[in-house]
Design a protein around this ligand. Structure first.
Ligand code: NAD
Length: 250
């Protein structure tokens, strides 16, 4: 079957589905201009990923903060980054009552900016900071980011971006929310993820075991493609998602 026929088939399944869940990775934001971490053009080809290790952040705070500020707050915020057509389709499906949630491994906040209101942020979100001492959270935009890492306005503790560093656990609400969403959906759409990052990569298997149809969009096969995927659509998510959406019955 060619891609066009498979897109039609995916549109049929998603038109009939009562509860769609989206599961997204770095590839979903590639067309918004956010580079992947690994592979060609990946951020960690230029920087040492150690700077995102939580112990390293506590022990070598200034050194680690310099890189974090450069990569996540100077580089990203200097670019005109906004949701791409793929993000917008997922937000549209939520508004139409077809999609119950998006589980995302991305930390870029783009699903929320696009309009999705139920987003399980498996790895947290860079648009917030959290105090490492009292847990107080603030919007990154409310802080002036200098050479010194930000300090908590409530307790003076060291703050860090509210995404998961290496060595930190998955936020409980995102973890259990994702498991419940995967258990209860009848169509699960895997978008732009290689499936190499654990434990996030266990979530699609839960949907499969509970009987959901698995539709996958990627530029190349992932660890899921030959194991759990029912319909594999090769291409850019910013093109394939709108193509599916255009064929859906309403
Ligand atoms: P990954 O880098 O391991 O894999 C990205 C996948 O996206 C690849 O399989 C690639 O073929 C595919 N891809 C690339 N461009 C695409 C496009 N336009 N359309 C569809 N697919 C495309 O990403 P991952 O599996 O999400 O794991 C990386 C980890 O790094 C995640 O845990 C995430 O937290 C983090 N990360 C986040 C961002 C972000 O927030 N935007 C960016 C980079 C990395």
């Amino acid at each position: 079957m060619n891609n066009e026929e498979k897109i039609k088939q995916a549109a049929e399944i998603l038109s009939k589905a009562k509860n769609i869940v989206g599961f997204t990775g770095a590839g979903t934001s590639a067309e918004s201009g956010i580079p992947p971490f690994r592979g060609e053009g990946g951020i960690w080809n230029q920087y040492d990923p150690n700077s995102l290790d939580i112990d390293f952040y506590y022990r070598h705070t200034k050194e680690s903060w310099k890189i974090i500020r450069e990569v996540f707050y100077n580089f990203f915020s200097n670019k005109d980054i906004k949701p791409n057509p793929g993000h917008l389709v997922l937000a549209k499906w939520e508004k139409e009552g077809r999609l119950s949630s998006v589980i995302t491994q991305n930390i870029d906040d783009l699903h929320t900016v696009a309009g999705n209101t139920v987003v399980y942020e498996f790895h947290g979100n860079m648009s917030r900071f959290v105090c490492t001492k009292c847990g107080h959270k603030v919007d990154a935009k409310s802080l002036t980011l200098t050479e010194e890492p930000p300090r908590c306005a409530q307790c003076g503790g060291l703050m860090k971006p509210d995404f998961i560093f290496f060595g930190e656990g998955i936020p409980e609400d995102a973890y259990y929310g994702s498991v419940r969403a995967a258990e209860n959906c009848d169509a699960f759409v895997i978008i732009g993820t290689s499936g190499q990052v654990s434990p996030a990569n266990m979530i699609p298997g839960i949907a499969k075991r509970n009987g959901a149809k698995i539709i996958e969009i990627n530029m190349e096969p992932s660890t899921y493609t030959n194991y759990i995927t029912d319909i594999y659509l090769e291409g850019k998510s910013g093109e394939i998602l709108p193509a599916i959406d255009a064929l859906m019955t309403r």
